[in-house]
Design a protein around this ligand. Structure first.
Ligand SMILES: Cc1cc2nc3c(=O)[nH]c(=O)nc-3n(C[C@H](O)[C@H](O)[C@H](O)COP(=O)(O)O)c2cc1C
Length: 203
């Protein structure tokens, strides 16, 4: 059973969550889990101005995802930073190249799930995940979220990302906040949950 964790990250927050999602998925018996990133679309000069070059070096070793790899997976868990309440353009561009898969119905019946990051607490994590689900549904995927069985999303004693739609983190307006233990736990839970459902679907 193949689980693919596909992400875009500019400053590393989504990458950190992606690692936790992969860790959770790997804890399910029979799961072969691969981490992939989608291609960068911004020119180097723009990335430099955005202060992203150093951070991006820390996950440059993660292989770039191919469209064929999506077709070969049993479950795909996508991670994206928020851009004006939606997924980032890099992820959108990657998904817009999956028309061939759609034509063949290659993702129909596979588990699909989304996690996210935003700079501010109410900056659009939920809208990013929910609007991403539309693409998954067009592909015929079985959308999987983060159930309240992950009790960490009920906490009010600290500021935390995470909702029934998926794990998320708050990066801070200068990217100064790193994912908290609770947010990492949510990501692990989501990875394990998706892989468990995928193994049931594969049977
Ligand atoms: C063009 C652009 C639009 C953004 N829009 C939002 C937004 O609507 N709400 C928000 O809270 N953060 C917004 N952000 C901040 C990013 O979501 C934040 O940098 C990201 O979640 C950090 O994750 P990363 O380190 O994995 O890139 C935006 C950033 C950029 C560059």
């Amino acid at each position: 059973m193949k689980v693919l964790v596909v992400f875009y990250s500019m400053y590393g927050h989504v990458h950190r969550l992606a690692e936790a999602v992969a860790e959770g998925a790997r804890s399910v018996k029979g799961a072969e889990v691969e981490l992939r990133r989608v291609p960068e679309t911004l020119p180097r000069e723009v990335l430099e101005k955005m202060g992203a070059l150093e951070a991006q070096k820390t996950f440059a070793h993660v292989p770039i995802c191919t469209v064929d790899e999506l077709g070969a997976a049993d479950a795909i868990i996508f991670g994206t930073p928020t851009r004006f309440g939606n997924m980032c353009g890099q992820m959108r561009q990657f998904l817009d190249a999956t028309g061939q898969l759609w034509m063949k119905g290659a993702l129909v019946g596979k588990a699909g799930s989304v996690f996210a990051s935003s700079a501010t607490q109410h900056g659009g994590q939920e809208s990013t995940i929910l609007s991403f689900h539309i693409t998954l549904l067009h592909h015929g995927m079985v959308v999987v979220g983060l159930p309240y069985a992950f009790q960490g999303q009920m906490r009010v004693d600290e500021i935390t990302g995470g909702s029934p739609y998926g794990a998320s983190t708050i990066a801070g307006t200068r990217g100064e906040r790193t994912p908290t233990e609770n947010e990492i736990e949510a990501a692990r839970f989501q990875g394990k949950h998706v892989a468990t459902i995928a193994s049931k679907l594969a049977r």
